[in-house]
Structures are given as structure tokens and as C-alpha cells.
Design a protein around this ligand. Structure first.
Ligand code: AHG
Ligand code: MN
Ligand code: MN
Length: 327
């Protein structure tokens, strides 16, 4: 079954917000991005664009191209009141030529873009909120994750997949490149509560707080330390790929608070990385926390605000949260 039919049936079954039309635009944009990522080398789209985004990160050409694809594809149909992206300092105003709708769409058009030149999986992350008015400004986007109507990601890997939730579980769709359909291939994805796999960028080790030091140390020691099992480790450096792996076989992913740059609360951004991924993870039976608080309950204070992220298999994340809170 195609994702649009699936969404239509889900809407009929559960009611709530009608996002079928918006999903048609989002899936069309993801298909275009899949092609852009796949064909980048043929059309001179690999490498750096020579510019920086608001967070001081060097933009890749494909960061800009994919941002344009996602923005243009979602501005014209009258579903959105406003758009906001990792790659734009301020919210994008829907041009007056187009009708305005009720939704806010927030996105990371190309997640894991450091991987794009080396042919490792990248993705697109999106979050849908309801706009409080038809001419939204930045503060209208600053809604807690629990307010999300839908969250999803596209993964441009060995196949292109779309994984999403509207609050009724998590479903995965694979792009059939012959027909252009995203076909339901992974219904009702669930994260096992237990795991023996963790993901963290260990080069930041000396900057971590004690609870994360303790947890990773115990995993590395495995049966020779206090744990009942040995652990495996992965780090792709594409959050989309890490979350997808966790949805498929369990695991825990951490980009925790660290003291590397005291002005930054973490690396990942709450509005278009942490919140949508937290919604998906929780809907799949997992847990998502800063270590001290449920991410989806935080009140965002800026469009590009960063937050520590610890998410995945319930029993492991609960353990890490326990190390932070002493409970
Ligand atoms: P983006 O490419 O959108 O800036 O996001 C990259 C993020 C995330 O996907 C990944 O988990 C993390 O940055 C990797 O960071 P390190 O390079 O520090 O490992
Ligand atoms: Mn990202
Ligand atoms: Mn990005």
C-alpha cells in the first residue's frame, strides 16, 4: 500500500488533523531529494558551497539544493502557514501568490550531510505543527514536541525509505523506484526494550558528564564489568541512519551534553532533529530524554536551539536517565 493511501485510511480511522495533502507534497519533495543525492556527482552538486548556516556550519552544495527542493515543494499548495529549516536563519514566509494553510512545517533537509560526499546514508527529517495564526513569526514555531501532529524522516540509503508517525504507532515505507510509490514495508515498527548496542561519538569522551562516562565505560567492559552482557558499538554520524537502525533492531543513541563548547547545550537541534525523532522513538515504544528531562516536554526557546539527546531502547535509556538523576 502506498503511503498516501495509508495516510488517508489512518485519517478515516482516527480522525484528527487532515495532513494527506501535505504528505503528498512532502513525499514528492523526498523523492526529488533522493534523486538529487543519488545523482549529485553527475551534476556538480558534491562538495562545499563555501557558505555557512546560522549555526556556523559549512554548508554543502546539497544542503542548499535539498533545502530549496523541500521549501519550494511545500510552499504552493495551501497546506502550510509557514516553513522553517536548519538552513534558513528565520522562518520562510509563504509568498503572497500562494494560499496559506494551517500547518507549520519544520525540517532538516539533509541530515548527516558530512556523509554525503563519501556515499554514506543521509536523510531528511520533518515535523508538522499547527500554526496559531496565518502569518506565523519565529515564536509561533516554538512549540513543545508533544504538540507535533506528525513527524517523519526519509532515509537515502541502500534503498530510500520514509518512516513516520501521527501518534498511532510508527510505519515504514520503501520507495519503489519503478513506480515512484512509497510502499508500506515496515508496519508497526517497535523498538525492543533491551539492547546490546550503543551509538556515540567517542572522540568527545573527555567532554562528557560523569553519568555518560559511567554508562559507556560499563558497556565497554561488558561482562567483565558490572553488566550482564557484552556490547557492540556503531556511529554513522547521520542521526537518521542511527534512529533507523534502532527502530529496526534496537539500540541506544547519544549526543549528550558535553563541555566541548560551553555555549552549546548539545549538538542536535530540538525543532527539526530531537523533537521529530523523539516522537517517532516514543511511538515505537522507546524513550527519548536529555538525561534529565523528556525532550518532547521541553519548551523550545529558539528555532535553532540545541539539546542533549539520549534515545532508543527503553531499559537502557531508563538506566542512563537514572545515572543522571540518581533515581
Ligand atoms: P546535519 O548534517 O544536519 O548538520 O546533522 C548532523 C548531525 C547528526 O545527524 C549526527 O548524529 C551528528 O550531527 C554527527 O555529529 P559528529 O560529526 O559530531 O559525530
Ligand atoms: Mn541534522
Ligand atoms: Mn542538515
Amino acid at each position: 500500500m502506498d503511503v498516501i493511501q495509508f495516510m488517508q485510511e489512518e485519517q478515516r480511522k482516527h480522525g484528527g488533523h487532515d495532513i494527506v495533502g501535505l504528505m503528498e507534497n512532502i513525499t514528492a519533495a523526498c523523492r526529488k531529494i533522493a534523486t538529487a543525492v543519488n545523482r549529485g556527482a553527475f551534476v556538480g552538486m558534491m562538495g562545499s558551497a563555501g557558505s555557512e548556516n546560522i549555526q556556523g556550519e559549512t554548508q554543502k552544495k546539497l544542503d542548499i539544493v535539498t533545502n530549496d527542493i523541500f521549501t519550494e515543494g511545500n510552499q504552493w499548495a495551501g497546506h502550510c502557514a509557514g516553513l522553517a529549516s536548519e538552513e534558513m536563519d528565520d522562518p520562510y514566509e509563504i509568498p503572497n501568490a500562494y494560499p496559506r494553510g494551517k500547518y507549520l512545517l519544520v525540517y532538516d533537509p539533509l541530515d548527516g550531510s558530512s556523509n554525503v560526499d563519501v556515499n554514506i546514508s543521509v536523510g531528511t527529517i520533518f515535523s508538522i505543527l499547527v500554526s496559531p495564526n496565518d502569518k506565523p513569526v519565529a515564536k509561533d514555531f516554538l512549540q513543545a514536541g508533544v504538540k507535533q501532529v506528525c513527524a517523519g524522516y526519509a532515509l537515502y540509503g541502500s534503498s530510500t525509505m520514509l518512516v513516520l508517525t501521527t501518534g498511532h504507532g510508527v510505519n515504514g515505507f520503501t520507495l519503489d523506484t519503478n513506480t515512484g510509490e512509497f510502499v508500506l514495508t515496515n508496519p508497526n515498527m517497535m523498538i525492543p526494550a533491551d539492547t546490546a548496542e550503543f551509538a556515540i561519538n567517542a572522540s568527545n569522551r573527555r567532554f562528557w558528564e560523569e553519568p555518560v562516562q559511567r554508562y559507556v565505560e560499563e558497556c565497554v567492559k561488558g561482562k567483565d564489568g558490572g553488566r550482564e552482557k557484552n556490547f557492540n558499538m556503531r556511529w554513522v554520524a547521520s542521526m537518521v541512519a542511527e534512529v533507523h537502525r534502532i527502530l529496526c533492531r534496537g539500540g541506544v543513541f547519544m549526543y549528550p551534553f558535553d563541555t566541548k563548547d560551553p555555549t552549546k547545550a548539545g549538538k542536535l537541534r530540538i525543532m527539526y532533529e530531537a523533537n521529530p525523532m523523539s516522537f517517532i522513538v516514543e511511538q515505537a515504544g522507546g524513550v527519548s530524554s536529555t538525561g534529565r528531562a523528556r525532550i518532547m516536554e521541553l519548551q523550545p526557546e529558539g528555532l535553532h536551539q540545541r539539546v542533549p539527546v539520549i534515545l532508543g531502547s527503553k531499559n537502557e535509556v531508563d538506566r542512563i536517565v537514572g545515572y543522571h538523576t540518581g533515581k
